[in-house]
Design a protein around this ligand. Sequence first.
Ligand SMILES: Nc1ncnc2c1ncn2[C@@H]1O[C@H](COP(=O)(O)OP(=O)(O)OP(=O)(O)O)[C@@H](O)[C@H]1O
Length: 252
Amino acid sequence: MAMLEVNNLSIQFGGLHAVDNFQLKIEKGELYGLIGPNGAGKTTVFNLLTGVYKPTEGIIKLDGQDITGKSIIDINKAGIARTFQNIRLFKDMTVLDNVKAGLHNHYKYSTLTGILRLPKYFKVEKEMNERAMEILKVFNLDQEAGLLAGNLPYGKQRKLEIARALATDPKLLLLDEPAAGMNPNETQELMDTIRFVRDHFNMTILLIEHDMKLVGGICEELTVLNFGQVLCQGETAKVLKDPAVVTAYLGE
Ligand SMILES: Nc1ncnc2c1ncn2[C@@H]1O[C@H](COP(=O)(O)OP(=O)(O)OP(=O)(O)O)[C@@H](O)[C@H]1O
């Protein structure tokens, strides 16, 4: 069974068909890219998948479960986590606390336990700290655990956002332009990190990206969107050579 299956997904804003009859199938553990020119509808697809927008038409299934039209919170609980084009961290909180915020779905104690600092509070907090540090190590951010997130260099803030998303233990991770604003060294390191996350956690990843080196380097399959519609879909090397894609997107 596919991890994500989307059929006939559409949304209109006024008269604009921002996403039109969109189809997508991603297998478990696949690293999948969504590309296309500016304004093609890529972020709108992410907003539909995560419950920010309700589709006008279509069906979204995550690991066999119909999540179409569900709320952002319910979709997150069902197993989709995302990062944003413009980084959205809790900048006044520490790096560690940002990751712990992602863990809260899975570690719980009552308000009273927290206020009275009962033994369960210390036990759960200890477990959360350990788990958050494990995740930070994966991203080579454990040395910065005590720093304020807003004080990290840009490339590390992007990695921390992925770490926080991963802390929710998702089935599907959506990354919206993860390499935006990164220098070539940071982009190379990010590619290694994304590959590691997929391999280490057997994670299914869908990413939007304009950096063709990254897309060609790590994505196994691609969908190209153009004017809200699928222009081409399939194995990365084939898609990037497709004449329609070259004309419409790569501008050659
Ligand atoms: N809430 C909205 N209301 C009206 N129009 C919208 C809304 N959200 C997106 N659009 C329009 O839908 C189209 C697709 O936008 P979207 O942001 O999904 O494109 P994109 O492929 O992510 O572009 P980029 O690569 O520049 O981020 C655009 O014409 C955009 O102006």
